[in-house]
Every structure is written in C-alpha cells, then in structure tokens.
Ligand binder design. Structure first.
Ligand code: SF4
Length: 390
C-alpha cells in the first residue's frame, strides 16, 4: 500500500465555529477558552468572519454547522446574532442546512436569546447540563444550578426547538451511583431528544489536575465508571433513546448529523482560535491564544498553528476506530469509495478472527461491534493498528 494520502478536492460539507469565551471556568476543562471579562469579543467576531471569508469558497455547499466553545451563549445577544448571520452568509442559501447546532449553557440563554437563535435558523441546541446535583455542579466549577438547566430546556421548547440535546458527565469525584441515577432520572423526565454522556478525564493544565496531583481529589474506580455507563445505557434505552454512538443517545431521527461527520471520518472546516479542522487530507489546529489568532488573521495569513498530513495508513485506522464507535459501524461502500479496496483486503486476518470470536459482526453493508465487542472495545481497536509501511 502506498503511504500517501489521496487528496479529496471536494469542499467539506461541515463547519465548526469556536467561540472561546466563558462566564466561568470549570475545574475539569482543557478546551481553548478565556474568561470573557475584558476580552476583545467584538474584534474576535470580526476576525472570525474574515477567516471564514478567506477560507470558504463562495457560498460553500455546507450541510451542517456547529457553533461550540467555550460558550457561544456567553456572548451578548447582538454578538451571537452576528456570528450566526456571518456563518449563514458564507454558505449556499439555496441549500438549507441539514443541521445548525449551537452550544448553550444553562442560565445564559433567556427566552429572547433563544427566540433569536430560532429566528436565525438554528435547528438544534446542545445544553451543557453535566449533572442535576447542585453540590456536584459546584464541585466541578459550573456556574449554574440544576434548576437553571431544567428551565433552559423548558424555555428552549417554548421557543420552538424540536431538537434538544443535553451533555452529562459521570465518574465525577465523590459522585455516587445514587447521584448518577438521580441525574439520569431527571434527564429522562425532561422533554429532550438527545443525550451525550462522557466520563470525566483529568486533563493536564486544569484545576482538577493540580488537585489530583496534590491528592485532593480522587478519580472513581474504572469499575464504577463502567457500572455508571451501563446504568445510563439501560435507563436511556427504556426511555426510547437509541445508542447510535458509544457516548451518544438519540430519539428516532434526532442523531447529531454534524458529529456523524467526525465519526464517519469525513473532512470539515474549523474556524476560530484553537479550532481544529480537516481538509484536503490535512488535519490542522488554529492558533489558540487570542492575540496570536487575531494578529494572524489581521495580517492576512491563515491562523494555523499545526498541520498534519494524514497518511493513507492513518486514514484507514481512523476509519475503523471511529466507525466502530457508531451503531451503524464502518460502511463497506464508504470504505471502498475512499480507499479503492475492501476492508477485507486490508485486514483479512483480523476481520476473520474478530468475527469468529464474536466481537465483530458483518451486516453485509458494514462492520459493527457486537455487545461483547463493545465491552472489549480497546482490544478490538488494537487489532486494527497497521504498520505505517503496510
Ligand atoms: S466546560 Fe465549557 S463552560 Fe466550562 S470552562 Fe470549559 S468551555 Fe467554558
């Protein structure tokens, strides 16, 4: 196999826009974000638009947009409206977006802001709830209450949003199974369409990392985390949610089309300070610090910090790893189209063994993990690693 990534000339159909401002800084967060006070927010919005104008082809044929952060709703109403309009004016208006998502933090979007988002064409909200336990919310540094999270969901429905997702976290320090069950119960009692749930990872350069090193917080045992995941999976299945990806659960027809771009290993634009993108076979990361990002855009250059040309070998591995996270699995047709061969040509032995061991299932149109395969996910993924020269 030649070790060169084939260029895909088509313009990506998805856009990620990063708003790196927050009204509070959570103790676990390692995203590129800044406390909003005294930041050059208007200048940032201006340069963000310039970056999009410079990179996007005239009226780009875009299907999905995701405005995340940071916290988009940390922006004042007029600022957020401007970002939404700027994104829309750079896309092909004759082709309605399939999904236009915005991240919302509880307590930061009143009815007027939600109505504005609806009017501007936003189709989906992703609300950062994390937990419905007020004491845990404080312990992880969130600046809102459980009641505010419930109120934000209610207001979003009143504004007419029919696609509402909430984010939850489990494996939080001192979180008990009883806390977690209560959070799940309150989640399913809400009128929502989608849940994303991730376990806490203690990342470097966070408050949690310092406290962990000082022995002030302890992560939960892996077994407890696994039990919490199982509890979630069962409760959500009972409430009509379908696990279409390992950490994502949707009611029928409410899967995140934008996030499927990532799991299907497709390319996307990333705009804003610290945003990541993937275009023409190259993964890139924008400059994170605001002054660097602003200066680069104003100077007329691409505000890119790192680029990585994805080799064909890496691309094949990513296609397998990410595809297997989804219920739909790795598509045979997409694999053939991208790599001009079948996955059986690349992994004849691994596929035969994993199928025989009951870890993998070939539906004819694609490869999916079995229930047993899901439990042993890392073991399965390791079998898809290739030598760079292979
Ligand atoms: S988790 Fe979200 S709200 Fe909290 S600091 Fe990070 S980006 Fe900001």
């Amino acid at each position: 196999m030649m070790n060169v990534q084939k260029k895909v000339p088509a313009s990506p159909a998805s856009i990620y826009v990063h708003i790196p401002f927050c009204r509070y800084i959570c103790f676990y967060c390692d995203f590129n974000k800044f406390f909003i006070e005294n930041q050059p927010v208007d200048d940032y919005i201006e340069q963000l638009d310039r970056e999009m104008k410079r990179v996007l082809p005239e009226t780009a044929p875009v299907d999905t947009v995701y405005v995340g952060g940071g916290t988009p709703t940390a922006l004042a109403m007029d600022q957020l409206r401007r970002v939404l309009r700027d994104v829309k004016k750079r896309t092909d208006s004759s082709r309605p977006l399939r999904e236009f998502s915005v991240e919302v933090n509880p307590g930061e979007a009143d009815r007027a802001k939600l109505d504005m988002m609806k009017e501007e064409g936003v189709t989906r909200l992703s609300i950062g709830v994390q937990t419905f336990n007020d004491s845990l919310l404080q312990k992880i540094g969130r600046g809102h209450s459980a009641a505010e999270a419930e109120e934000t969901v209610r207001l979003a429905r009143e504004s007419g949003f029919d696609n509402i997702s909430i984010d939850l976290m489990f494996g939080l320090p001192e979180q008990t199974m009883a806390d977690w069950k209560d959070t799940i119960t309150r989640a399913v009692q809400l009128d929502i369409d989608h849940v994303s749930a991730y376990s806490l990872k203690i990342e470097e350069k966070t408050m949690f990392y310092n406290w962990y090193r000082q022995g002030k917080i302890k992560p939960l045992p892996e077994d407890t985390e696994a039990d919490m995941y199982e509890e979630l999976e069962e409760a959500l299945a009972g409430a009509g949610f379908y696990a279409y990806e390992i950490s994502n659960f949707a009611k029928p027809g409410k899967e995140s089309e934008h996030n499927k771009t990532y799991w299907r290993n497709e390319e996307y634009y990333g705009f804003g300070a610290g945003a990541h993108g993937y275009k023409d076979g190259v993964r890139y990361a924008n400059l994170g610090p605001l002054p660097h990002y602003l200066k680069a855009v104003k100077a007329g250059s691409h505000p890119v910090k790192d680029t990585h040309e994805v080799s064909r070998t890496e691309n094949i591995e990513e296609e397998m790893f990410m595809g297997l996270r989804m219920k739909e699995g790795v598509s045979a047709e997409r694999f053939n189209r991208k790599f001009n061969c079948s996955y059986y040509d690349i992994y004849p032995q691994a596929l035969q063994e994993l199928t025989a061991e009951g870890l993998l299932y070939d539906s004819g149109s694609g490869l999916q993990l079995t229930e047993k395969g899901k439990l042993l996910g890392n073991e399965v993924f390791a079998r898809f690693l290739l030598d760079e020269e292979s």
